[in-house]
Ligand binder design. Structure first.
Ligand SMILES: [Ca+2]
Ligand SMILES: [Ca+2]
Length: 472
């Protein structure tokens, strides 16, 4: 090493040291903005969270709800993983971006390549950002993940997969308890990482995202979660199932219900034993996800950030387990659009309250912008700032929650009704006050025209051309 090199390194160390000092001092003295903990579950429907399925168990979230505002009518912008998450993290609807389907490559095609994401906005606004697990369900452009999260994100994946003899319809299906260690599950390892982060000292407020891979298929979880249910006595069929339900549904709706036709035909209505088994698996995976989220929340509560953190729990979409003769998501009905969602304010303000106003997970973006005093992004998010509802969950609210699945597959939910319009103009309308399972399509009832007209004003004028992708 030459004397020059030694001197240069010395100056570098000194400079970095001074920079570090300034940084910490500023952070400690000036920044009292709240931390943010985001918990995302994958494909979790209303069964356990909203108690629509008798006996579905979510003990940890039951406790959490006592300290949070539960949004009983929360809906996703898209009823599948990738587009739903793209909408939340960009604040833009699928009909704005053209990303309606899984596999549309939302972050590498079209306007989202140049749209600031929520984690990027947090980082630019002076937050530490930490992401772990399933977050986007889509590839990001080179360097983009680094611009979002300070850590190197560990994703994990859908595994572990069941042994071939236990699979049904391929490796993504099947239902059986896992005999190996808990650590075989990415959700467990990722929760551990989030817990560790919550116990560390941070020089700035943080934005932490923990994304789970369950209750998404394959339906496997540590065996003890399967043992919490008795296969022989679980409620069966699910309360929302009616064999002839599709008779009053327009052809496009019927087609969506058959998007994976053979899956339902082979292991559903014609094979109740397999259907029951899958239901058992879904319940077990729901309870497993509840446990993982609960561990992270308990760590938050036991650590230094308990009182200055906003916690947001949501699922990227709902899930059919036979309702409308369909498994999974990718429909315009309540079962796929409704998502568990609860927000705990620092200090647990309004804990235990239930907000019945229709909201959308896309509203998270503008809400956090306001709540955490973030910089303004260049784009204007489509969602609605939920601050009025966080201040008073009974605030008057006229806007319905919009969910779409493909160009002009429009669905909207008010507090009482769900309205659906397909590209050919055919419609469905359900009155949830009298028909919570959406059995009776009232769209052609003459008394309902006024209700339909009210929804019509929310029908988007422009529908971005689809970037394609795949069904499901
Ligand atoms: Ca999903
Ligand atoms: Ca029906």
């Amino acid at each position: 090493m030459t004397p020059f090199t030694i001197r240069f390194i010395g100056i570098l160390i000194l400079t970095l040291g001074l920079l570090g000092q300034t940084y910490v001092t500023n952070g400690a003295e000036q920044d009292s903005r709240p931390n943010v903990l985001v918990l995302i579950v994958d494909d979790m429907n209303d069964y356990g969270f909203y108690k629509t399925y008798p006996g579905a168990k979510m003990p940890y979230m039951d406790e959490f709800k006592k300290t949070a505002i539960t949004f009983r009518h929360a809906y996703c912008a898209s009823p599948v993983c990738g587009p739903s998450r793209a909408a939340v993290f960009s604040g833009l609807y699928p009909h704005t971006t053209g990303h309606y389907l899984n596999g549309s490559d939302p972050w590498r095609k079209g306007m989202l390549t140049e749209t600031e994401s929520l984690p990027e906005l947090f980082q630019r606004s002076g937050y530490n950002t930490f992401g772990w697990g399933k977050i986007f369900h889509a590839k990001l452009a080179e360097g983009r993940e680094k611009a979002m999260f300070l850590n190197e994100v560990h994703h994990g994946g859908f595994g572990p997969f069941l042994a071939e003899e236990d699979q049904m319809l391929g490796r993504f299906w099947g239902a059986k308890g896992w005999e190996g260690p808990d650590s075989d599950f990415p959700d467990v390892r990722n929760a551990d990482a989030a817990i560790e982060y919550l116990q560390q000292d941070h020089d700035k407020p943080f934005f932490l995202v923990y994304g789970l891979w369950r209750p998404h298929t394959p339906f496997t979880a540590p065996k003890r979660f399967f043992d919490m249910y008795d296969l022989a006595t679980i409620a069966f069929p699910p309360p929302g199932y009616k064999k002839t339900d599709l008779s009053d549904v327009p052809p496009k709706g019927q087609a969506l219900s058959r998007i994976w036709g053979e899956r339902w035909d082979e292991t559903g209505g014609s094979d109740p034993a397999s259907w029951r088994k899958l239901l058992h698996g879904y319940l077990a995976c729901t309870t497993f996800a509840d446990w993982n989220c609960g561990r992270v929340i308990e760590a938050l509560d036991a650590g230094p950030y308990a009182d200055n953190t906003i916690v947001i729990f949501w699922s990227d979409n709902g899930f059919h387990m036979g309702e409308k003769n369909h498994y999974e998501k990718a429909t315009a009905w309540e079962k796929a659009a409704l998502t568990p969602m609860a927000i705990r304010l620092p200090g647990g303000k309004h804990g235990g309250k239930v907000c019945t106003r229709p909201v959308n997970t896309i509203d998270i973006f503008p809400t956090l912008m306001d709540f955490c005093s973030l910089e303004s992004p260049e784009h204007t998010p489509d969602g609605t700032n939920l601050m009025p509802l966080l201040k008073n969950p009974k605030t008057k609210w006229d806007k319905p929650a919009i969910t779409s699945y493909g160009e002009r597959v429009f669905s909207a939910r008010s507090e009482r009704y769900r309205y659906i319009r397909y590209p050919d103009g055919l419609e469905e309308l359900y009155d949830h006050k009298n028909d919570p399972n959406e059995f009776h399509n009232l769209a052609n009832h003459p008394d309902m025209q006024e209700i339909i007209d009210a929804f019509d004003q929310w029908y988007p004028e422009n529908w971005a051309k689809s970037w394609g992708g795949r069904n499901g």
